[in-house]
Design a protein around this ligand. Structure first.
Ligand code: MN
Length: 135
């Protein structure tokens, strides 16, 4: 997926479940995105020293460091202020969604994902299509 200037958008997926990682990664690559993958908070912070993604898909239920704690660490770095961060989570309870949105995430995607809606949402968040769908 490219902008009018031709730059490919980079998406970092942080997901510890290999099945979900494969599904989401393959889907984004098929849609032309440049995909970078991380399986936990530590590897994410290492990757972010050399890669500046346009968007991060962040699983909330991660080993050792939760997605919410990791999000806090990402936002501590002002150079990532413009990076769109979406929570990716199987948590379906309203309280959990509230906690995620209160933490300041730019959106919320529930697993299992609806592949068509998922791509529409990603493109909308990256302003590649009009924002006609919302999380
Ligand atoms: Mn997980």
């Amino acid at each position: 997926m490219t902008t009018p200037h031709g730059k490919v958008k980079t998406i970092l997926i942080v997901e510890d479940n290999p099945t979900n990682m494969k599904l989401v990664g393959d889907l984004l690559e098929l849609n032309g995105f440049d995909v970078v993958r991380a399986v936990d908070g530590k590897s994410t912070l290492e990757i972010l020293k050399r890669v500046k993604p346009d968007l991060i898909l962040l699983d909330i239920n991660l080993p050792r460091m939760s997605g919410i704690d990791l999000f806090g660490k990402i936002r501590e770095n002002q150079s990532f202020d413009s990076v769109i961060v979406l929570a990716l989570t199987a948590l379906a309870m309203k309280e959990d969604k509230d906690a995620i949105m209160n933490a300041g995430f730019d959106g919320y995607i529930a697993k299992p994902i609806d592949t068509r809606e998922f791509i529409k949402l990603i493109k909308a968040k990256l302003s590649l299509v009009p924002a006609d769908s919302e999380v």
